[in-house]
Design a protein around this ligand. Structure first.
Ligand code: FPP
Length: 271
């Protein structure tokens, strides 16, 4: 098990208590997706740029993550206000274990605290979910993530997914393992495996495809994030470093999403 080292940052609880437990947000009435085609049902964000934000100020990467934490309530509140059904945030990838040991330890600790504090969003009807692998996670992080899921399981205003120790390929491999097991047990005819059945064997199978995927910090890649569900996501790459990302910028991106023409391979215009 990975050891969580000493970490000299103010506790996330102190940083975020006021924001998470703040005044109730006005949640926009959610309409049927058919009536509101311009709004994403599932918004996912690759929160990139904490390290560069810190380097520009001569601060440590850990300080950058601290600043990144403060951007979270702005984004969660805006998503709630905009009636987003599912918000997925990329916190740590299966490849991020290759980062410096002290940074990994800081992120493990930070996420345990965040999961704890974000249970406060339960009062606003937010359901917290964790998408990721248990492999190598410290017990404290695992426990906090599980408890956040358990405490908010019945909430329906919005799903907030912590994509933590998450890998798109790892998820696909898990679905393949599950299908192979069912086939070996004789419970499934392998000839019947199609996309719909495959999707049902993914972890959190009920989570819909991503409609809108935002990555901050100017990088233009997906970095192994939710590969199966991102198949037809509209991609938005913005230069803003994550700690500077605001609710207003998210609203502007949501407007831009509304102007996109999604075709899903169907083509347009006269034949
Ligand atoms: C992919 O970039 C991005 C992620 C896995 C997100 C990582 C985000 C954090 C560590 C910050 C967590 C957020 C807060 C608020 C603390 P990558 O750098 O892993 O992949 P790349 O090498 O392809 O760019």
């Amino acid at each position: 098990m990975f050891e969580v080292g000493a970490w000299r940052m103010p506790s996330v609880k102190r940083l975020l208590r006021a924001s998470v437990a703040g005044a109730p947000v006005v949640v926009r009435q959610r309409r049927d997706q058919d009536e509101a085609p311009g709004r994403p049902r599932h918004l996912a964000i690759i929160m990139d740029g904490n390290g560069r934000w810190a380097a520009l100020r001569g601060l440590s990467r850990t300080r950058g993550h601290q600043a990144g934490v403060l951007a979270l309530p702005r984004v969660v509140d805006t998503a709630l206000e905009e009636g987003i059904e599912h918000l997925s945030l990329f916190f740590f990838s299966t490849e991020n274990w290759n980062r410096p040991r002290a940074e990994v330890a800081a992120l493990m600790r930070l996420t345990a605290q965040l999961a704890d504090v974000f249970r406060g969003y339960g009062e606003r009807g937010v359901r917290l979910r964790w998408l990721g692998s248990e492999a190598r996670l410290p017990r404290a992080t695992l426990t906090a993530l599980r408890r956040a899921e358990d405490d908010t399981r019945d909430n329906r205003a919005m799903t907030l997914a912590f994509c933590f120790n998450h890998g798109g390929r790892e998820e696909i491999a898990r679905a393949a393992t599950s299908l192979a097991r069912a086939s070996a047990d004789g419970a499934l005819d392998p000839g019947l495996i199609d996309e719909a059945l495959f999707t049902r064997h993914l972890p959190h199978a009920d989570l819909p495809d991503i409609d809108m995927l935002v990555r901050t910090s100017g990088e233009q890649r997906i970095s192994n994030f939710m590969l199966w569900r991102a198949a037809y996501a509209e991609l938005f790459f913005v230069d803003t470093l994550w700690p500077d990302f605001t609710g207003e910028e998210l609203r502007a991106l949501l407007t831009a999403f509304g102007a996109r023409k999604r075709r899903f391979g169907a083509g347009v215009g006269p034949v």
